[in-house]
Design a protein around this ligand. Structure first.
Ligand SMILES: Cc1cc2nc3c(=O)[nH]c(=O)nc-3n(C[C@H](O)[C@H](O)[C@H](O)COP(=O)(O)OP(=O)(O)OC[C@H]3O[C@@H](n4cnc5c(N)ncnc54)[C@H](O)[C@@H]3O)c2cc1C
Length: 293
C-alpha cells in the first residue's frame, strides 16, 4: 500500500484525498503546507499509516472538538467502489470496523478542520511525593469540563528520582491549548489550580510542532519529523486501550501508582486521554472504534 500515498488538498472545499499508504504525518504536513490554518483530527504519532489508522477509529489531540479520524471521512476510493457505489452500510463499516475486514481502501476523502496556526503547549512533571495521586484524581473531574480547544494528557511512569535517587512514580501532564498563554493560565487557575501551572511552563509553537513536543522530541525541523516514514525512536512495546466511564477512586489510583512503582524505571506506562464533554458524546458511530496497536 505504501505506493498509494498521493495527497491532494482542496483548500476551498476544505477536503483532502489522501492515499491509504500515506502516513498521518505526511497528511499533516501536506495540509499545513497547503494552508497553515487547516488540520485533520487523527493520531499523535505521525508514522501511523492512514489505511490502518482510519480503519480502526483514530484519536488524537483534536478528538474532543472534532471526533475521531473516522468521523471526518467523507468518502473512500477504490478500484471498483466509492461511497455511492459501495452504499452507506459498507461505508460505515470501513470507518472503524478494523482494517482489512471489509475491503482494501485505496484512499480516503477527509474533511479538514480549522486550526489556529499557533498553539500553547506545556509538559510538567509531578511525582508521587508531589501529590500525583490527588492531581490524577482531580484531573478526572475537570477534564470533561475543559474547553474543547484544550487537552491535558497525563502520562504515568516509574522513574528514579533526581532528588533522592530512589524509585518513584512520575506523572507528566502534557497539554496543548489552541489559544494564547494568558487565556490558558486563566482557565487553569479556575479549573485546575492544584497543578500550579506558570507562564514559564508554557511554550508557544506551531500546531504541527506539537506532534513532536507531545512525544518529548525536538520541534525543530518539523517537516522532516512529520514526513519521515520511520520512527525516530527505536522503542518497542505492546499497548492496550480501555475506556473508563466512572472516575477512579483516589485509593485505587494510589494502588495503580504503587503497582507501577514496582516496575523498573520507564518499563510500563499509562497514558490517560480524555474523550468526554465534547463531540464524542454526540457521535453514535464512534461506538464502533477499537484501537489496535
Ligand atoms: C507508535 C504508535 C503510535 C500510535 N498512536 C496512535 C494514536 O495517537 N491514536 C490512535 O488512534 N492510534 C494510534 N496508534 C494505533 C494505530 O492507529 C494502529 O496501530 C493502526 O492500525 C496503524 O495502522 P497502519 O496502517 O500503520 O498499520 P498496519 O499494521 O499496516 O495496518 C493495521 C491493520 O489495518 C489494515 N489496513 C492497513 N491499510 C489498509 C487499507 N488500505 N485498507 C484496508 N485495511 C488496511 C491492515 O491489514 C491491518 O489489519 C499508534 C500505533 C503506534 C504503533
Amino acid at each position: 500500500m505504501s505506493n498509494f500515498r498521493s495527497i491532494s488538498i482542496d483548500i476551498k472545499g476544505r477536503t483532502a484525498w489522501v492515499g491509504a499508504g500515506a502516513t498521518v504525518g505526511e497528511a499533516y504536513n501536506s495540509i499545513y503546507e497547503a494552508n497553515s490554518n487547516l488540520g485533520f483530527p487523527a493520531a499523535y504519532c505521525p508514522t501511523v499509516g492512514i489505511g490502518g489508522h482510519i480503519s480502526g477509529g483514530g484519536y488524537g489531540p483534536l478528538v474532543r472538538q472534532f471526533g475521531l479520524a473516522t468521523d471526518n471521512v467523507i468518502d473512500a476510493n477504490g478500484r471498483v467502489l466509492d461511497r455511492k457505489s459501495m452504499g452507506e452500510d459498507l461505508f460505515w463499516a470501513i470507518r472503524g470496523g478494523d482494517g482489512a475486514s471489509f475491503a482494501v481502501i485505496l484512499g480516503y476523502k477527509l474533511k479538514l478542520v480549522e486550526i489556529p496556526e499557533k498553539v500553547t503547549a506545556f509538559s510538567i512533571n509531578r511525582t508521587w511525593e508531589q501529590n500525583a495521586t490527588q492531581l490524577l484524581y482531580k484531573w478526572q473531574y475537570i477534564a470533561p469540563k475543559l474547553p474543547l480547544n484544550l487537552v491535558i494528557t497525563p502520562q504515568i511512569v516509574s522513574i528514579n528520582s533526581n532528588q533522592t535517587g530512589k524509585r518513584t512514580v512520575q506523572v507528566t501532564f502534557v497539554s496543548v491549548f489552541r489559544g494564547k498563554v494568558d487565556e490558558l493560565l486563566s482557565i487553569m487557575n479556575q479549573q485546575f489550580p492544584e497543578l500550579g501551572l506558570k507562564k514559564e511552563d508554557c511554550t508557544e509553537m506551531l500546531w504541527i510542532q506539537y506532534f513532536a513536543y507531545a512525544g518529548g522530541l525536538p520541534t525543530s525541523n518539523i517537516k522532516e519529523f512529520l514526513t519521515s516514514r520511520v520512527s525516530s525512536t527505536k522503542l518497542y512495546y505492546n499497548a492496550k486501550s480501555d475506556f473508563v466511564k466512572e472516575p477512579i477512586p483516589e485509593k485505587e489510583i494510589e494502588e495503580i501508582l504503587r503497582k507501577l512503582n514496582e516496575l523498573p524505571p520507564f518499563v510500563g506506562m499509562l497514558e490517560w486521554n480524555h474523550f468526554g464533554g465534547g463531540v464524542m458524546e454526540t457521535i453514535p458511530e464512534s461506538s464502533l472504534i477499537c484501537f489496535v496497536s
